[in-house]
Ligand binder design. Structure first.
Ligand code: DX5
Ligand code: ZN
Length: 228
């Protein structure tokens, strides 16, 4: 997946925490700091209690960088209805939530993402057990274990609720010879990322801990070192 396997650790800056008044330079700041992937949070005000942005922002970011891998996290109902727009906008991976509503189904939506030549991710809310992902384990390139209740940046890492689930997802992967990446999202800092790493995560979404820092290169260096 974007030429990396789940044994590669990556720090993914989350655009949600950037300064949207200068989004182009924020994207460049992430890239210059060494980011290879950028995380984009799409919220619909229905599946989660917040509204962020849609396909047009994904397209804007794609215009700012042709090389960044765009990891689009859809916190929306009816992701299947909106899918083509996000694909066309330039998403490389599209992650959908198992708890959301679909016109078709979770399986159908994941298959359509892959049929378009993109990577498909499945996300689990902190309250959702790992078992909910099992029917889709062969259909995904990435499993996102939410480490906060989705909807807002800047919330504390839910260690007790989510780390056993992450370890279960890692163990299931090796028992079934699967290859999905394990991503964590929410409250990831230099002190929490190593905990998630220990339980199997290899993709670390960092909003506040990256874009909230004045020196992006230094933030990236320290976050990367914390999971090396
Ligand atoms: C939360 C989003 C996250 C958010 C993380 O619903 O999915 O990607 O940007 O922000 P921090 O890193 O500040 O917790
Ligand atoms: Zn996210």
């Amino acid at each position: 997946m974007a030429s990396i396997t789940h044994s590669t650790q990556l720090i993914l800056p989350s655009l949600l925490a950037s300064d949207w008044s200068k989004v182009g330079s924020e994207v460049q700041r992430a890239e210059a700091a060494g980011a290879q992937w950028l995380h984009l949070d799409v919220m619909d005000g229905a599946f989660v209690d917040n509204i962020s942005f849609g396909p047009q922002m994904v397209q804007t970011v794609r215009k700012c960088s042709s090389s960044l891998y765009l990891d689009v996290h859809l916190m929306i109902h009816r992701a299947d209805h909106y899918l083509e727009r996000f694909l066309k906008a330039g998403a490389d991976n599209i992650t959908i939530h198992v708890e959301a509503n679909y016109d078709s189904s979770v399986t159908e939506t994941l298959r359509r993402i892959r049929a378009a030549g993109k990577h498909a991710g499945l996300a689990l809310h902190p309250d959702t057990p790992f078992e909910a992902a099992i029917p889709y384990a062969h259909e995904i390139d990435l499993l996102l274990i939410m480490t906060v209740v989705p909807g807002f940046g800047g919330q504390p890492f839910m260690e007790k609720e989510t780390m056993p689930k992450l370890a279960a997802a890692r163990d299931y992967r090796s028992q079934h010879s699967l290859n999905y990446h394990l991503e964590v999202d929410g409250g990831i800092y230099t002190h929490t990322a190593p905990i998630a790493r220990k339980h199997g995560a290899n993709l670390f979404v960092c909003g506040t801990s990256f874009f909230g820092q004045p020196n992006a290169a230094e933030a990236m260096k320290q976050l990367a070192a914390s999971v090396a």
